[in-house]
Design a protein around this ligand. Structure first.
Ligand code: ZN
Ligand code: ZN
Length: 396
């Protein structure tokens, strides 16, 4: 049985520690799975609504990890702790289990301080307890960037805000960040976008979807955010079934960093036609000049189709030919080692993208670094990671 403990978050107004706590919830739910998470100790200033984003995200992402809240003092409106928990076959009070783990670990790290460490305890059947620490941020690495972050202009934004995202980037040791909004969401209404109508009833045709222009809103969001610090900006470009990329010529000036993504397939009932269409759309994005292919192959799982491993080779080859990077992305996505291994062998760069829709995700690279470790490239990140360069504009 595994138990994770977050100790002493010591919140102060505006410190964003709630998003690091939320990061811990998602870490122990999905990436370092445990059976129970305990959050204990000094919670700091009891501010109204302090943990509302945390509970909203738990509900939104359907997190089923049991969490026990054990704050010191009163004034916290949190779910009450159960009287007893299972401590590997033994029923004990949560506080008793917590003290056993604390004793085995020789004390808990302060979650309040960077690198925002939690403790993971493995309870053996013989009563033994082995503990290790798990940090919510990765070590500082020169030039590391998150090239896939959404803004409040996204229909799917949960709480994105550029100034706060820049703070999260700093807390996460990022050297740079790029805001890359869904281009299709800036030209079509939410209903036409989410239903994928824009890929088959394309713009400029008689039956085309009504254009719902929101580019000015995105530019305004970027302008406002610019007062809070430095960042890059661009798009996660959508493409229709004709291979036309959803970006007007007049809006290209905003397209500094260009991700390309297949979010909808016009044909998703026949796996062979879907695969052919995916390749066509992917090459159309690469021809257009995207720097990074976002979450390659995610569309298959999203369309209820099996991922076609026979496309790994042709897609990796297209990336090599066009000099674009493959994105490691865990946002509702499971990247496959086999594909990224193939990319590495072809010299295709790997880009790290959080695909943030929620502030806790900005620069959250724990899963990415575990993946890079599995790929065996931790010793040569300089060589394999994509880095944006101003002159990497390949459209000419
Ligand atoms: Zn996407
Ligand atoms: Zn995205």
């Amino acid at each position: 049985m595994k138990v994770a403990v977050v100790s002493n978050p010591r919140h102060r107004a505006g410190d964003l520690i709630e998003f690091l706590m939320l990061r811990a919830v998602h870490t122990f739910h999905r990436f370092v799975p445990v059976d129970l998470l305990m959050i204990e100790g000094e919670f700091g200033d009891a501010e109204e609504g302090f943990l509302s984003e945390l509970f909203r995200s738990i509900k939104h992402r359907k997190v089923t990890l049991p969490i026990i809240w054990l704050p010191h003092g009163t004034g916290w409106n949190l779910p009450p702790a159960p009287e007893a928990v299972d401590g590997n076959g033994q029923t004990v009070a949560p506080a008793v289990l917590l003290e056993r783990i604390r004793a085995a670990a020789g004390g808990f790290p302060e979650f309040r301080c960077s690198p925002f460490e939690a403790t993971v305890a493995e309870l053996g059947a013989d009563g033994s307890i082995r503990t290790e620490r798990c940090a919510m941020i990765v070590p500082e690495y020169p030039g590391i960037g998150d090239y896939h972050v959404h803004t409040r202009a996204a229909y799917c934004s949960e709480n994105m805000d550029i100034p706060k995202a820049l703070e999260m980037a700093q807390l996460s040791n990022l050297a740079e960040i790029a805001f890359t909004e869904h281009s299709g969401q800036l030209y079509f209404c939410a209903d036409d976008y989410w239903n994928g109508r824009y890929v088959w009833r394309t713009r400029g045709t008689e039956a085309g979807c009504r254009v719902f222009p929101r580019m000015a809103e995105y530019e305004e969001t970027l302008r406002e955010g610019a007062a809070a610090g430095k960042f890059r900006h661009g798009f996660e470009l959508d493409v229709d079934r004709n291979g036309d990329v959803a970006l007007d010529a007049a809006d290209r000036r905003v397209a500094q960093v260009r991700l390309g993504a297949v979010h909808h397939l016009a044909e998703r009932f026949d796996p062979h036609i879907a695969a052919r269409q995916f390749l066509f759309c992917t090459e159309s994005l690469l021809k257009y000049g995207v720097h990074i292919l976002a979450h390659p192959f995610r569309i298959f799982a999203w369309s209820g189709l099996p991922e076609p491993p026979e496309l790994y080779e042709p897609v990796a080859e297209l990336l090599r030919q066009y000099g674009a990077a493959a994105e490691i992305n865990f946002h509702q996505n499971e990247p496959r080692l086999e594909f990224f291994d193939l990319c590495l062998r072809k010299g295709v760069k790997l880009s790290l993208g959080s695909d943030s829709h929620n502030l806790y995700e900005v620069g959250f690279f724990l899963p990415h670094f575990r993946f890079l470790d599995e790929l065996g490239v931790m010793g040569r990140l300089d060589e394999v990671l994509f880095r944006f360069q101003e002159n990497s504009d390949r459209r000419g």
